[in-house]
Write a protein that binds this ligand. Structure first.
Ligand SMILES: Nc1ncnc2c1ncn2[C@@H]1O[C@H](COP(=O)(O)OP(=O)(O)OP(=O)(O)O)[C@@H](O)[C@H]1O
Ligand SMILES: [Mg+2]
Length: 276
């Protein structure tokens, strides 16, 4: 180590001690990473996360069905499964198309006209547990994002894991989202969780594009989504009924059930985003 570089290490450009320099370095790295990801994703017109406070409310279902219908309308659409340790997006797509690796780049699988990337494709068997700790989740997600060649897209839907986990925060902070769709079921408790998650999104300065109420009907009730939208002053995008047709479908339900398709098409119509 030369005298000069040793000096630079101790007394960095900020003039602080080693600890402060390390902090500055860390900030610089994460800024550079953010910039790199921004450049890498600049051919995607709308990056929209599908999110909920609670698990199992239908985020993946909503992401997949919006994606396949937009693709049918001629849009270029992708879906990223951001649930790194519990990837189950592929089960809803019901397709065995595989992604390809070319020159260290992931070329997404194509499922019902949608470009799809999920950690599930890289799992050797479905029951295998994928265990990641916080920093690994952050790294594998950002690596996933940086390695994927999406091409030109009108929409990229990011299927989020539930709650305010590391992965969720990483997506919110790194992907420079155009907005978030919040999914909730009609019950009061689920709506409370959704309120919390809307507040988190707002705090991170990301736009809430609207609320989708899922599993509406006699069993869980309905109207919770609309109430929530009024209370939190974000648009209501529509309601999807609880239906039998979601049980073991051969493909995304909106492609085989015209009632479900109408509900999702109504949501697409209300989704006010730059690409019409
Ligand atoms: N409207 C509906 N009617 C009936 N079943 C539904 C409906 N929407 C979703 N489901 C079913 O509920 C289950 C959970 O849905 P989904 O996997 O989309 O939720 P999720 O929010 O993505 O869950 P997770 O938090 O685990 O990622 C699935 O089996 C799905 O088929
Ligand atoms: Mg899911």
């Amino acid at each position: 180590m030369t005298q000069q570089s040793h000096h630079a290490h101790v007394q960095g450009p900020g003039g602080g001690g080693p600890e402060q320099n390390a902090r500055v370095e860390q900030m610089k790295r994460s800024w550079q990473q953010k910039k790199r990801i921004g450049d890498h994703l600049k051919r995607i017109k709308n990056k929209i996360a599908v999110y909920s406070g609670k698990g199992g409310v239908g985020k993946s279902t909503v992401a997949v069905n919006l994606a396949v219908l937009l693709a049918k309308q001629g849009k270029a659409v992708g879906v990223l499964d951001a649930d790194i340790d519990c990837p189950n997006l592929l089960k809803i797509f019901k397709s065995d198309s595989e992604p390809a690796m070319v020159d260290n780049q992931i070329i997404p699988a194509t499922m019902h006209g949608v470009r799809v990337v999920s950690m599930g494709s890289f799992q050797r068997n479905e029951e295998e547990a994928i265990i990641f700790r916080g920093p690994m989740i952050h790294n594998s997600l950002t690596q996933f994002v940086e390695m994927t060649d999406w091409g030109d897209l009108d929409f990229l839907f990011i299927d989020m894991p539930p709650g305010t986990s590391d992965a969720a925060l990483t997506v919110m902070q790194m992907m420079q989202l155009d907005g978030v769709i919040v999914v909730t079921t009609p019950q009061e408790l689920a709506v409370l969780d959704a309120t919390r998650c809307i507040n988190m999104i707002k705090k991170l300065n990301v736009e809430v594009l609207g609320i989708v109420e899922n599993m509406a009907g006699d069993i869980f009730g309905e109207g919770g989504g609309l109430d929530l939208s009024k209370r939190s002053d974000v648009p209501f995008l529509g309601s999807i009924a609880l239906r039998n047709s979601f049980r073991e479908p051969a493909m995304p339900v909106s492609l085989i059930d015209s009632d479900v398709r109408s509900e999702f098409e109504a949501i697409i119509d209300r989704l006010a985003v730059p690409v019409g």
